[in-house]
Structures are given as C-alpha cells and as structure tokens.
Design a protein around this ligand. Structure first.
Ligand SMILES: *[C@@H]1O[C@H](CO)[C@@H](O)[C@H](O)[C@H]1NC(C)=O
Length: 191
C-alpha cells in the first residue's frame, strides 16, 4: 500500500488494525483444538448456549458454552459429574438423572481416533421437577457450525451425539424440559 498523503496513510492503518481486531474476536473460542476442556457454569446457572465450529485439519471442534440463571431463579444443588459417557467413535446418549439439569461439560480428545469422549455435570433444581421434555432435531451437520440456544423457559437435560468416521466429526441433538414446582399440578404451568 502506497501512502501518498499522511492522513490517508493513518486512515488505512487504522482500518487495517480494526479488521484484525474484529477477525480475532470472531476466532476466539473458550476451548482449543485437540485439547481437554472442562466448562462448568457459575453456581445456580445452567447451560444456555452452545456454539461450535469444526476444523478439518485438526479434525476437531472448538466450543463456546455459556450459561444463564434458571427461570424463576430456581436454586441448583447436589451437582455431580457423570463421568465419560462414550468411548471414542461411539454414540453419546446422555440424560441427567432425576430432575437434574446440565450445568457443565467436560471432554477429552484423542488424536489417533480424532474424536472426543464426553462427560456432563448435572445439578438438582431444588423443589422443582422437569416436565414437557422434548428432543431437538440434530442441530448441526458434519463439518459445519453448531449454534444452539436453549429456548426461554426451557432447561438442558440431555445430549445425544453420533460420530461419523468419514467426516471425523459429530452431530448433536439436545433434550430440553420445562420446570415446575414439585408440589403443584404441572399441567398449564409454564416453568
Ligand atoms: C466466544 O466467547 C468469547 C467469550 O465470551 C467471546 O469473546 C468470543 O467472541 C466468542 N466467540 C465466538 C466465535 O462467538
């Protein structure tokens, strides 16, 4: 770039710096390729948003996982990690026990299998029960973006995931529920 005028030169450099900053922010993820991670929500929060992209060179995904308070500020107690729920290259079918909801995700990567094992933290929403549970469709396709936000009034209770050996990637679907006070008739109550 030729800078004939001082002012134009500064403008060019400023714009360049801005572009670099913007692309850096977009490339920032909470986890790293080929690396173990454990993300647990702050006390009292449950997983609300999962975003992930696949990298074909590393054959792995990076993740952004964020949390939110439960509807009605329900408390969460008795948190427990599930332990790994799958072997490499195998299907994940996980559902929190009882009326628990998912508040953390842990994952380890294997470079020869090019896959991950998955563990989940579940906590109990005191005096509340899950109801009106449903499964989403698969929320991503192989090698592509996953961007799933748990709808308002729902909580995340389960995760299912299938591995595909030719893509060396996984697709994910989610089980979500509403919450209602344990001592009430759940019909007609929106958690
Ligand atoms: C991931 O989350 C971090 C921290 O909240 C944020 O700075 C970054 O922009 C997010 N990345 C993407 C790709 O959304």
């Amino acid at each position: 770039m030729l800078c004939l005028h001082h002012l134009r030169c500064i403008t060019h450099i400023t714009i360049l710096a801005l572009l670099v900053q913007v692309s850096r922010a977009a490339d920032t993820w909470m986890t790293a390729l080929d690396t173990y991670f454990q993300i647990a929500c702050p006390t009292g929060q449950t997983i609300k948003h999962l975003e992930s992209v696949h990298d074909n060179t590393h054959e792995d995904r990076v993740w952004n996982i964020s949390c939110a308070r439960l509807p009605n500020w329900v408390d969460l107690t008795e948190c427990e990690w599930s332990g790994y729920q799958n072997n490499y290259d195998e299907t994940v079918i996980f559902q929190c026990p009882d009326d628990d909801v998912i508040t953390g995700i842990e994952s380890i990567h294997d470079n020869s299998k090019e896959d991950r094992m998955w563990s989940f933290q579940c906590c109990n929403p005191q005096d509340y029960v899950t109801h009106s549970c449903l499964y989403t469709p698969f929320m991503n396709t192989y090698d592509n973006l996953l961007n799933y936000r748990v709808p308002v009034d729902y909580v995340l209770r389960g995760v299912e995931s299938i591995n595909d050996e030719s893509h060396r990637d996984r697709i994910f679907k989610f089980e979500i529920c509403k919450l209602a006070p344990a001592d009430s008739n759940t019909h007609g109550i929106v958690g």
